[in-house]
Write a protein that binds this ligand. Structure first.
Ligand SMILES: CC(C)(COP(=O)(O)OP(=O)(O)OC[C@H]1O[C@@H](n2cnc3c(N)ncnc32)[C@H](O)[C@@H]1OP(=O)(O)O)[C@@H](O)C(=O)NCCC(=O)NCCS
Length: 181
């Protein structure tokens, strides 16, 4: 795919669905919050990557409220879309729903906003294509996300001066050469 200057929300809209199994739960059968958080990070990563078409990392997540419990046997559906783009950052909105496979009932479990930053081969922030909100809902989300970004800027911390180490997985399917000093 050719890198373009801008991209619509639809082009990177993403979702994942997973059946909750005993390994995801505590001894009472309640699915652990961390399992849902991982799905949120994963689907947000997919949407951010499909928008930026480069390496992206999670810079922050605003907050996680769990609005309903999830149990073993439920199907969890996590949906993500790019709400807003800055220069190198993207706000990704994620909605999580759980469905009971006996009744078909669907409940809202979590909504979260995560910021991903696109990185170049040297792990420095790089420019992302601008997001084009098309529908009224996308335009509303864009405007609301813009305000959230301004508020985040007042509180966000600066990057640590160095990483613990720079060990890379060998033979990863990255479409570009990683050149780490
Ligand atoms: C995210 C990271 C790249 C930002 O680096 P930085 O040197 O602070 O970058 P800058 O100050 O140039 O900011 C780059 C962008 O990130 C945004 N940003 C930085 N920290 C942020 C935070 N905590 N929350 C939200 N956005 C943040 C900035 O607003 C800026 O956005 P813009 O380019 O759209 O204006 C850096 O902190 C990092 O690599 N962190 C580790 C990320 C990671 O590995 N996550 C997985 C956890 S193991």
């Amino acid at each position: 795919m050719v890198q373009s200057e801008s991209r619509t929300v639809t082009e990177s809209k993403s979702s994942i669905m997973e059946l909750m199994e005993p390994e995801h739960a505590n001894v009472h059968g309640n699915v652990q919050g961390g399992k849902i958080m991982k799905m949120v990070d994963q689907v947000a990563y997919i949407a951010a990557s499909r928008h930026a078409l480069s390496n992206v990392v999670t810079a922050s997540a605003d907050r996680f409220d769990f609005l309903s419990p999830v149990f073993v046997g439920n199907v969890v559906h996590a949906m993500a879309s790019v709400n807003y783009t800055g220069t190198s950052s993207m706000e990704i909105g994620v909605r999580v729903e759980a469905q009971c496979l006996n009744s078909g009932k669907i409940v809202h479990v979590n909504s979260a906003y995560l910021t991903f930053v696109a990185l170049d081969e040297k792990d420095n922030p790089k420019k992302v294509p601008k997001i084009i909100p098309e529908t009224n809902e996308e335009k509303r989300r864009y405007e609301e996300a813009k305000v959230r970004k301004e508020n985040r800027l007042k509180v966000q911390k600066k990057r640590s001066p160095s990483a613990p180490c720079m060990t890379r997985l060998q033979n990863t399917p990255f479409p570009y050469k990683r050149d780490v000093d």
